[in-house]
Design a protein around this ligand. Structure first.
Ligand SMILES: Nc1nc2c(ncn2[C@@H]2O[C@H](COP(=O)(O)OP(=O)(O)OP(=O)(O)O)[C@@H](O)[C@H]2O)c(=O)[nH]1
Length: 454
Protein backbone atom coordinates (compact mmCIF):
# COMPACT_ATOMS: atom_id res chain seq x y z
CA UNK A 1 0.00 0.00 0.00
CA UNK A 2 1.23 3.48 -0.81
CA UNK A 3 2.38 5.50 2.19
CA UNK A 4 1.40 8.71 0.49
CA UNK A 5 -1.39 10.78 1.98
CA UNK A 6 -4.53 10.56 -0.16
CA UNK A 7 -6.17 13.81 -1.21
CA UNK A 8 -9.72 14.18 -2.45
CA UNK A 9 -10.62 17.34 -4.31
CA UNK A 10 -14.22 18.56 -4.08
CA UNK A 11 -15.21 20.79 -6.89
CA UNK A 12 -18.44 22.07 -8.44
CA UNK A 13 -19.86 25.42 -9.43
CA UNK A 14 -20.99 27.97 -6.86
CA UNK A 15 -23.66 26.62 -4.54
CA UNK A 16 -23.69 23.11 -5.99
CA UNK A 17 -23.34 21.40 -2.59
CA UNK A 18 -19.60 21.00 -1.89
CA UNK A 19 -19.81 22.13 1.74
CA UNK A 20 -22.93 19.99 2.22
CA UNK A 21 -21.01 16.93 1.04
CA UNK A 22 -17.98 17.85 3.11
CA UNK A 23 -20.13 18.07 6.21
CA UNK A 24 -21.63 14.69 5.47
CA UNK A 25 -18.20 13.16 5.07
CA UNK A 26 -17.00 14.76 8.29
CA UNK A 27 -19.98 13.65 10.32
CA UNK A 28 -20.14 10.08 9.09
CA UNK A 29 -18.63 7.33 11.30
CA UNK A 30 -15.75 6.13 9.20
CA UNK A 31 -12.94 6.37 11.72
CA UNK A 32 -10.85 8.48 9.34
CA UNK A 33 -9.10 11.60 10.55
CA UNK A 34 -9.50 14.24 7.91
CA UNK A 35 -7.65 17.51 7.38
CA UNK A 36 -9.68 20.03 5.39
CA UNK A 37 -8.34 22.74 3.11
CA UNK A 38 -10.79 25.40 1.96
CA UNK A 39 -10.15 27.65 -0.98
CA UNK A 40 -12.60 30.50 -1.15
CA UNK A 41 -13.41 33.08 -3.76
CA UNK A 42 -13.52 36.45 -2.07
CA UNK A 43 -11.64 38.06 0.72
CA UNK A 44 -13.23 36.84 3.89
CA UNK A 45 -13.52 33.25 4.94
CA UNK A 46 -17.04 32.07 5.56
CA UNK A 47 -16.90 28.41 4.66
CA UNK A 48 -14.76 27.69 7.70
CA UNK A 49 -17.74 28.60 9.85
CA UNK A 50 -20.16 26.64 7.70
CA UNK A 51 -18.19 23.44 8.04
CA UNK A 52 -19.45 21.55 11.02
CA UNK A 53 -17.45 21.67 14.16
CA UNK A 54 -15.39 18.53 14.13
CA UNK A 55 -11.91 17.62 15.28
CA UNK A 56 -10.61 18.04 11.79
CA UNK A 57 -8.17 20.78 11.05
CA UNK A 58 -9.29 23.41 8.61
CA UNK A 59 -6.88 25.49 6.60
CA UNK A 60 -8.11 28.37 4.57
CA UNK A 61 -6.82 29.80 1.38
CA UNK A 62 -8.76 32.78 0.28
CA UNK A 63 -6.51 34.65 -2.03
CA UNK A 64 -8.63 34.12 -5.08
CA UNK A 65 -8.09 31.91 -8.04
CA UNK A 66 -6.48 28.62 -7.18
CA UNK A 67 -4.92 28.30 -10.57
CA UNK A 68 -2.45 31.12 -10.15
CA UNK A 69 -1.66 32.87 -6.91
CA UNK A 70 -3.04 30.09 -4.79
CA UNK A 71 -0.87 27.30 -6.14
CA UNK A 72 1.95 28.67 -3.95
CA UNK A 73 -0.38 28.78 -0.95
CA UNK A 74 -1.56 25.25 -1.59
CA UNK A 75 1.98 23.90 -1.77
CA UNK A 76 2.88 25.73 1.43
CA UNK A 77 -0.14 24.42 3.33
CA UNK A 78 0.36 20.85 2.09
CA UNK A 79 4.02 20.97 3.13
CA UNK A 80 3.09 22.30 6.57
CA UNK A 81 0.44 19.64 6.93
CA UNK A 82 2.84 16.88 5.97
CA UNK A 83 4.92 17.72 9.03
CA UNK A 84 1.97 16.68 11.15
CA UNK A 85 0.96 13.68 9.14
CA UNK A 86 0.61 11.48 12.24
CA UNK A 87 -2.49 13.55 13.13
CA UNK A 88 -4.62 12.75 10.09
CA UNK A 89 -5.19 10.05 7.49
CA UNK A 90 -6.30 12.02 4.48
CA UNK A 91 -6.96 15.48 3.11
CA UNK A 92 -10.08 16.92 1.56
CA UNK A 93 -9.60 20.06 -0.47
CA UNK A 94 -12.72 22.07 -1.24
CA UNK A 95 -12.06 24.38 -4.15
CA UNK A 96 -13.93 27.57 -4.90
CA UNK A 97 -16.85 27.13 -7.23
CA UNK A 98 -15.06 29.43 -9.64
CA UNK A 99 -12.04 27.17 -9.97
CA UNK A 100 -10.95 24.95 -12.81
CA UNK A 101 -9.78 21.85 -10.93
CA UNK A 102 -7.12 21.11 -13.56
CA UNK A 103 -4.40 23.27 -12.00
CA UNK A 104 -5.23 21.93 -8.53
CA UNK A 105 -4.81 18.38 -9.77
CA UNK A 106 -1.67 19.42 -11.58
CA UNK A 107 -0.03 20.49 -8.29
CA UNK A 108 0.08 16.83 -7.26
CA UNK A 109 2.00 15.89 -10.38
CA UNK A 110 4.35 18.78 -11.04
CA UNK A 111 5.64 19.84 -7.62
CA UNK A 112 8.31 17.39 -6.44
CA UNK A 113 7.80 17.90 -2.69
CA UNK A 114 4.05 17.36 -3.00
CA UNK A 115 4.42 14.44 -5.36
CA UNK A 116 6.61 12.67 -2.83
CA UNK A 117 4.18 13.00 0.04
CA UNK A 118 0.69 13.10 -1.41
CA UNK A 119 -1.38 11.31 -3.97
CA UNK A 120 -4.46 12.66 -5.61
CA UNK A 121 -7.11 10.06 -4.86
CA UNK A 122 -9.80 11.61 -6.98
CA UNK A 123 -11.82 14.62 -8.03
CA UNK A 124 -15.47 14.73 -7.04
CA UNK A 125 -17.61 17.21 -8.89
CA UNK A 126 -20.91 18.39 -7.46
CA UNK A 127 -23.48 19.58 -9.95
CA UNK A 128 -26.44 21.79 -9.12
CA UNK A 129 -28.96 19.87 -11.22
CA UNK A 130 -31.39 22.77 -11.26
CA UNK A 131 -29.04 25.53 -12.33
CA UNK A 132 -26.22 23.89 -14.23
CA UNK A 133 -27.91 24.01 -17.65
CA UNK A 134 -27.39 27.73 -18.02
CA UNK A 135 -23.67 27.29 -17.39
CA UNK A 136 -23.45 24.35 -19.77
CA UNK A 137 -25.35 26.34 -22.40
CA UNK A 138 -22.92 29.23 -22.28
CA UNK A 139 -20.03 26.81 -21.85
CA UNK A 140 -18.75 28.45 -18.66
CA UNK A 141 -15.11 27.33 -18.71
CA UNK A 142 -14.93 26.33 -15.08
CA UNK A 143 -18.10 24.24 -15.24
CA UNK A 144 -16.91 22.40 -18.36
CA UNK A 145 -13.53 21.71 -16.74
CA UNK A 146 -15.14 20.59 -13.48
CA UNK A 147 -17.20 18.03 -15.38
CA UNK A 148 -14.32 16.96 -17.63
CA UNK A 149 -11.79 16.30 -14.86
CA UNK A 150 -14.16 14.50 -12.48
CA UNK A 151 -13.70 10.93 -11.32
CA UNK A 152 -17.14 11.06 -9.70
CA UNK A 153 -20.00 13.37 -10.64
CA UNK A 154 -22.77 13.94 -8.13
CA UNK A 155 -25.96 15.25 -9.69
CA UNK A 156 -27.11 17.04 -6.59
CA UNK A 157 -30.39 18.78 -5.76
CA UNK A 158 -32.41 15.91 -7.22
CA UNK A 159 -35.33 17.19 -5.13
CA UNK A 160 -35.55 20.28 -7.34
CA UNK A 161 -35.84 18.54 -10.73
CA UNK A 162 -37.91 15.75 -12.29
CA UNK A 163 -36.55 12.27 -13.03
CA UNK A 164 -36.74 13.07 -16.71
CA UNK A 165 -34.62 16.22 -16.28
CA UNK A 166 -32.15 14.20 -14.23
CA UNK A 167 -31.78 11.61 -16.99
CA UNK A 168 -31.22 14.19 -19.68
CA UNK A 169 -28.69 16.03 -17.53
CA UNK A 170 -26.76 12.81 -17.01
CA UNK A 171 -26.72 12.15 -20.76
CA UNK A 172 -25.55 15.69 -21.38
CA UNK A 173 -22.71 15.39 -18.87
CA UNK A 174 -21.70 11.98 -20.19
CA UNK A 175 -21.07 13.78 -23.45
CA UNK A 176 -18.32 15.69 -21.62
CA UNK A 177 -17.06 12.87 -19.41
CA UNK A 178 -17.93 9.23 -20.07
CA UNK A 179 -15.62 7.70 -17.54
CA UNK A 180 -16.83 9.32 -14.34
CA UNK A 181 -19.12 7.48 -11.96
CA UNK A 182 -22.49 9.26 -11.73
CA UNK A 183 -24.71 9.54 -8.65
CA UNK A 184 -27.92 11.43 -8.22
CA UNK A 185 -28.31 12.93 -4.77
CA UNK A 186 -30.28 15.19 -2.50
CA UNK A 187 -28.28 17.11 0.07
CA UNK A 188 -25.24 15.35 -1.44
CA UNK A 189 -26.30 11.98 -0.02
CA UNK A 190 -24.12 9.91 -2.35
CA UNK A 191 -22.51 6.76 -0.87
CA UNK A 192 -19.40 8.11 0.81
CA UNK A 193 -17.33 4.97 0.62
CA UNK A 194 -17.56 5.15 -3.15
CA UNK A 195 -16.25 8.70 -3.10
CA UNK A 196 -13.16 8.15 -0.98
CA UNK A 197 -10.43 5.68 -1.94
CA UNK A 198 -11.17 5.95 -5.63
CA UNK A 199 -7.60 4.82 -5.95
CA UNK A 200 -5.95 7.41 -8.07
CA UNK A 201 -6.81 10.25 -10.30
CA UNK A 202 -6.63 9.33 -13.95
CA UNK A 203 -3.63 11.27 -15.23
CA UNK A 204 -3.83 9.88 -18.75
CA UNK A 205 -7.35 11.19 -19.15
CA UNK A 206 -6.29 14.57 -17.78
CA UNK A 207 -3.58 14.83 -20.44
CA UNK A 208 -6.14 13.83 -23.06
CA UNK A 209 -8.44 16.65 -21.98
CA UNK A 210 -5.65 19.16 -21.69
CA UNK A 211 -2.46 18.24 -23.53
CA UNK A 212 -0.44 20.78 -21.53
CA UNK A 213 -1.79 19.44 -18.22
CA UNK A 214 1.68 18.78 -16.86
CA UNK A 215 3.00 22.21 -17.77
CA UNK A 216 2.65 24.36 -14.69
CA UNK A 217 0.81 27.64 -14.83
CA UNK A 218 2.41 30.63 -13.22
CA UNK A 219 1.15 33.87 -11.71
CA UNK A 220 3.56 35.86 -13.91
CA UNK A 221 3.32 36.48 -17.62
CA UNK A 222 6.86 37.50 -18.31
CA UNK A 223 10.46 37.24 -17.09
CA UNK A 224 13.70 38.80 -18.35
CA UNK A 225 17.39 38.48 -17.45
CA UNK A 226 19.92 41.31 -17.34
CA UNK A 227 23.60 41.39 -16.55
CA UNK A 228 24.30 44.73 -14.89
CA UNK A 229 27.32 46.78 -13.90
CA UNK A 230 27.40 48.55 -10.55
CA UNK A 231 25.15 51.62 -10.40
CA UNK A 232 21.62 52.81 -9.96
CA UNK A 233 18.92 51.60 -12.32
CA UNK A 234 15.28 52.51 -12.75
CA UNK A 235 12.39 50.46 -14.01
CA UNK A 236 10.21 52.96 -15.90
CA UNK A 237 6.55 52.16 -16.50
CA UNK A 238 3.49 53.90 -17.92
CA UNK A 239 -0.15 53.27 -17.07
CA UNK A 240 -1.43 49.86 -18.10
CA UNK A 241 -4.37 47.53 -17.64
CA UNK A 242 -3.96 47.18 -13.84
CA UNK A 243 -3.54 49.75 -11.06
CA UNK A 244 -0.81 47.57 -9.56
CA UNK A 245 1.44 44.77 -10.65
CA UNK A 246 3.35 42.09 -8.76
CA UNK A 247 7.07 42.17 -9.45
CA UNK A 248 10.02 40.17 -8.17
CA UNK A 249 13.77 40.32 -8.76
CA UNK A 250 16.00 37.31 -8.26
CA UNK A 251 19.63 36.47 -8.92
CA UNK A 252 20.24 34.27 -11.94
CA UNK A 253 23.14 31.89 -12.57
CA UNK A 254 23.11 31.97 -16.32
CA UNK A 255 21.47 34.05 -18.95
CA UNK A 256 19.20 31.56 -20.62
CA UNK A 257 15.61 30.63 -21.11
CA UNK A 258 16.27 27.42 -19.17
CA UNK A 259 17.42 29.49 -16.20
CA UNK A 260 14.27 31.63 -16.39
CA UNK A 261 12.16 28.47 -16.25
CA UNK A 262 14.23 26.91 -13.45
CA UNK A 263 13.95 30.02 -11.31
CA UNK A 264 10.22 30.28 -12.04
CA UNK A 265 9.65 27.17 -9.92
CA UNK A 266 11.67 28.69 -7.09
CA UNK A 267 10.23 32.18 -7.06
CA UNK A 268 6.59 31.52 -7.67
CA UNK A 269 5.79 30.71 -4.04
CA UNK A 270 7.18 34.09 -2.93
CA UNK A 271 5.42 35.67 -5.91
CA UNK A 272 2.11 34.18 -4.79
CA UNK A 273 2.09 36.12 -1.54
CA UNK A 274 0.64 39.60 -1.36
CA UNK A 275 3.48 41.82 -2.49
CA UNK A 276 4.74 44.76 -0.45
CA UNK A 277 3.29 47.90 -2.01
CA UNK A 278 5.92 50.28 -3.47
CA UNK A 279 5.18 53.68 -4.95
CA UNK A 280 6.76 55.85 -7.63
CA UNK A 281 10.45 56.59 -6.94
CA UNK A 282 10.78 54.04 -4.16
CA UNK A 283 13.56 51.49 -4.21
CA UNK A 284 13.22 47.76 -4.76
CA UNK A 285 15.70 46.74 -2.10
CA UNK A 286 15.25 43.02 -1.64
CA UNK A 287 15.82 40.10 -3.92
CA UNK A 288 13.31 37.24 -4.05
CA UNK A 289 10.63 39.38 -2.50
CA UNK A 290 7.28 40.10 -4.12
CA UNK A 291 6.60 43.79 -4.57
CA UNK A 292 3.36 45.30 -5.69
CA UNK A 293 4.19 48.24 -7.93
CA UNK A 294 1.60 50.96 -7.46
CA UNK A 295 0.67 52.10 -10.95
CA UNK A 296 -2.24 54.50 -10.70
CA UNK A 297 -2.76 58.25 -10.46
CA UNK A 298 0.35 59.46 -12.36
CA UNK A 299 1.53 59.59 -15.99
CA UNK A 300 4.56 57.46 -15.43
CA UNK A 301 6.28 55.57 -12.64
CA UNK A 302 9.85 54.76 -11.72
CA UNK A 303 11.22 52.22 -9.28
CA UNK A 304 14.89 52.23 -8.47
CA UNK A 305 17.18 49.26 -8.15
CA UNK A 306 20.83 49.41 -7.05
CA UNK A 307 23.65 47.14 -8.02
CA UNK A 308 26.54 47.50 -5.57
CA UNK A 309 30.21 47.15 -6.54
CA UNK A 310 30.24 43.69 -4.96
CA UNK A 311 27.31 42.60 -7.10
CA UNK A 312 28.51 44.12 -10.36
CA UNK A 313 28.09 41.90 -13.37
CA UNK A 314 25.78 39.50 -11.63
CA UNK A 315 22.70 38.54 -13.51
CA UNK A 316 19.24 39.42 -12.32
CA UNK A 317 16.01 37.79 -13.39
CA UNK A 318 12.85 39.89 -13.18
CA UNK A 319 9.41 38.27 -12.97
CA UNK A 320 6.39 40.46 -13.64
CA UNK A 321 2.70 39.79 -13.47
CA UNK A 322 2.13 41.45 -16.84
CA UNK A 323 4.23 41.79 -19.95
CA UNK A 324 6.52 44.85 -20.38
CA UNK A 325 4.52 45.89 -23.45
CA UNK A 326 1.36 46.35 -21.38
CA UNK A 327 3.07 49.02 -19.25
CA UNK A 328 5.76 50.22 -21.72
CA UNK A 329 8.28 48.98 -19.20
CA UNK A 330 11.97 49.67 -19.72
CA UNK A 331 15.01 49.41 -17.48
CA UNK A 332 17.35 52.41 -17.72
CA UNK A 333 20.76 53.12 -16.18
CA UNK A 334 21.77 56.33 -14.40
CA UNK A 335 22.42 58.03 -17.78
CA UNK A 336 18.86 57.16 -18.79
CA UNK A 337 20.03 54.62 -21.37
CA UNK A 338 17.67 51.75 -21.93
CA UNK A 339 19.07 48.32 -21.07
CA UNK A 340 17.68 45.48 -23.11
CA UNK A 341 17.34 42.13 -21.35
CA UNK A 342 19.79 39.51 -22.58
CA UNK A 343 17.02 36.94 -22.58
CA UNK A 344 13.32 36.94 -21.90
CA UNK A 345 10.41 34.54 -21.77
CA UNK A 346 6.65 34.94 -22.03
CA UNK A 347 4.81 32.56 -19.75
CA UNK A 348 1.49 31.30 -20.94
CA UNK A 349 -0.98 32.21 -18.22
CA UNK A 350 -2.91 29.29 -19.69
CA UNK A 351 -6.30 30.49 -18.67
CA UNK A 352 -8.40 33.57 -18.57
CA UNK A 353 -10.66 34.79 -15.87
CA UNK A 354 -14.17 35.86 -16.43
CA UNK A 355 -13.71 39.48 -15.47
CA UNK A 356 -17.40 40.15 -15.34
CA UNK A 357 -17.84 37.91 -12.34
CA UNK A 358 -16.65 39.39 -9.12
CA UNK A 359 -17.19 39.11 -5.43
CA UNK A 360 -18.04 41.59 -2.71
CA UNK A 361 -17.15 40.71 0.87
CA UNK A 362 -18.75 42.70 3.64
CA UNK A 363 -17.89 42.62 7.31
CA UNK A 364 -20.00 44.78 9.65
CA UNK A 365 -19.98 44.91 13.44
CA UNK A 366 -23.27 44.88 15.34
CA UNK A 367 -26.52 43.05 14.76
CA UNK A 368 -29.21 43.46 12.14
CA UNK A 369 -32.79 44.51 12.57
CA UNK A 370 -34.40 41.26 11.41
CA UNK A 371 -37.28 42.72 9.46
CA UNK A 372 -35.03 45.27 7.73
CA UNK A 373 -32.46 42.70 6.62
CA UNK A 374 -35.14 40.26 5.46
CA UNK A 375 -36.81 42.94 3.40
CA UNK A 376 -33.48 44.03 1.95
CA UNK A 377 -32.42 40.52 0.95
CA UNK A 378 -35.78 39.92 -0.71
CA UNK A 379 -35.64 43.20 -2.57
CA UNK A 380 -31.99 42.67 -3.57
CA UNK A 381 -32.73 39.22 -4.99
CA UNK A 382 -35.73 40.47 -6.90
CA UNK A 383 -33.78 43.29 -8.47
CA UNK A 384 -30.44 41.58 -9.02
CA UNK A 385 -31.38 37.88 -8.92
CA UNK A 386 -30.24 36.84 -12.39
CA UNK A 387 -26.83 38.41 -11.78
CA UNK A 388 -26.27 36.89 -8.35
CA UNK A 389 -24.65 33.48 -8.61
CA UNK A 390 -24.16 33.01 -4.94
CA UNK A 391 -24.52 34.74 -1.63
CA UNK A 392 -23.89 33.46 1.83
CA UNK A 393 -23.27 34.91 5.21
CA UNK A 394 -23.24 34.61 8.94
CA UNK A 395 -25.20 37.30 10.69
CA UNK A 396 -26.18 38.53 14.10
CA UNK A 397 -29.81 39.58 14.63
CA UNK A 398 -31.21 41.72 17.40
CA UNK A 399 -32.98 39.55 19.99
CA UNK A 400 -31.49 36.32 18.64
CA UNK A 401 -28.80 34.47 20.60
CA UNK A 402 -27.73 32.27 17.72
CA UNK A 403 -25.96 33.12 14.53
CA UNK A 404 -28.18 33.35 11.44
CA UNK A 405 -26.78 31.60 8.41
CA UNK A 406 -28.14 32.66 5.06
CA UNK A 407 -27.50 30.95 1.76
CA UNK A 408 -28.59 31.93 -1.70
CA UNK A 409 -27.97 30.27 -5.06
CA UNK A 410 -29.37 32.31 -7.93
CA UNK A 411 -32.97 33.07 -6.91
CA UNK A 412 -33.20 30.36 -4.26
CA UNK A 413 -32.69 31.64 -0.78
CA UNK A 414 -32.81 30.20 2.72
CA UNK A 415 -31.90 31.10 6.26
CA UNK A 416 -31.25 28.93 9.31
CA UNK A 417 -29.97 29.20 12.87
CA UNK A 418 -26.31 28.49 13.54
CA UNK A 419 -24.28 28.23 16.74
CA UNK A 420 -24.97 30.64 19.63
CA UNK A 421 -22.71 33.68 19.81
CA UNK A 422 -22.02 32.98 23.51
CA UNK A 423 -19.41 35.43 24.78
CA UNK A 424 -18.34 36.42 21.29
CA UNK A 425 -19.28 39.84 19.98
CA UNK A 426 -21.56 39.39 16.96
CA UNK A 427 -20.05 40.37 13.65
CA UNK A 428 -21.76 40.05 10.29
CA UNK A 429 -19.82 38.50 7.44
CA UNK A 430 -21.30 38.17 3.99
CA UNK A 431 -20.12 37.38 0.53
CA UNK A 432 -21.89 38.07 -2.74
CA UNK A 433 -20.63 36.55 -5.98
CA UNK A 434 -22.03 37.54 -9.33
CA UNK A 435 -21.96 40.03 -12.15
CA UNK A 436 -22.06 43.81 -11.94
CA UNK A 437 -22.00 44.01 -8.16
CA UNK A 438 -21.94 47.52 -6.72
CA UNK A 439 -20.00 47.25 -3.46
CA UNK A 440 -20.81 50.78 -2.23
CA UNK A 441 -24.50 50.23 -2.75
CA UNK A 442 -24.50 46.83 -1.05
CA UNK A 443 -22.46 48.03 1.91
CA UNK A 444 -24.44 51.28 2.35
CA UNK A 445 -27.82 49.63 2.22
CA UNK A 446 -26.75 46.85 4.58
CA UNK A 447 -25.46 49.39 7.07
CA UNK A 448 -28.89 50.94 7.09
CA UNK A 449 -30.38 47.57 8.11
CA UNK A 450 -28.30 47.38 11.30
CA UNK A 451 -30.19 47.56 14.57
CA UNK A 452 -29.86 50.89 16.33
CA UNK A 453 -30.99 51.25 19.94
CA UNK A 454 -33.27 54.30 20.06
N1 LIG B 1 -32.87 21.91 -2.36
C1 LIG B 1 -31.62 21.50 -2.17
N2 LIG B 1 -30.72 22.34 -1.61
C2 LIG B 1 -29.46 21.89 -1.43
C3 LIG B 1 -29.08 20.57 -1.78
N3 LIG B 1 -27.75 20.43 -1.47
C4 LIG B 1 -27.33 21.59 -0.96
N4 LIG B 1 -28.37 22.50 -0.92
C5 LIG B 1 -28.35 23.89 -0.45
O1 LIG B 1 -27.67 24.67 -1.43
C6 LIG B 1 -26.93 25.72 -0.80
C7 LIG B 1 -25.49 25.63 -1.23
O2 LIG B 1 -24.90 24.45 -0.71
P1 LIG B 1 -23.37 24.38 -0.32
O3 LIG B 1 -23.08 23.00 0.15
O4 LIG B 1 -23.00 25.51 0.58
O5 LIG B 1 -22.74 24.64 -1.75
P2 LIG B 1 -21.20 24.94 -2.12
O6 LIG B 1 -20.95 24.25 -3.40
O7 LIG B 1 -20.31 24.59 -0.97
O8 LIG B 1 -21.23 26.49 -2.31
P3 LIG B 1 -19.96 27.47 -2.59
O9 LIG B 1 -18.89 27.09 -1.61
O10 LIG B 1 -20.47 28.82 -2.36
O11 LIG B 1 -19.58 27.27 -4.00
C8 LIG B 1 -27.13 25.53 0.68
O12 LIG B 1 -28.17 26.38 1.09
C9 LIG B 1 -27.52 24.07 0.82
O13 LIG B 1 -28.32 23.82 1.97
C10 LIG B 1 -30.06 19.69 -2.35
O14 LIG B 1 -29.80 18.54 -2.71
N5 LIG B 1 -31.30 20.22 -2.51
Amino acid sequence: MSSKIPVTVLTGFLGSGKTTLLNRILSEEHGLRIAVIENEFGEIGIDQDLVINADEEIFEMNNGCICCTVRGDLIRILNELAERKDKFDRVILETTGMADPGPVAQTFFVDPSIQKQYELDGIITLVDSKHVHAHLDDKTDEVMAQAAFADRIILNKADLVSNEEMRSLKTRLQGINQLAGFYSATMADAPIKELLDIGGFNLERAVDIKPNFLEPEYPFEWAGIWQLEAGQYRFKLANGPDPDMTFLISKADTSSEAEIKRLAEEVFIAFSKDGEPVSHQEELTDLNKAYQLQLAGLDHYEFTFNVSDDDANTKIAVYSQHTPEEFDMVLVNQDDQAQAPSDQYYFDAGHEHNDEVGSVSIELPGVFNVSFINAWLEMFLQEKGPDIYRMKGILGAHGEENRLIFQGVHMLFGCQLGKPWGDEKPVNRMIFIGKNLDEDYIRGSLERCLYKAS
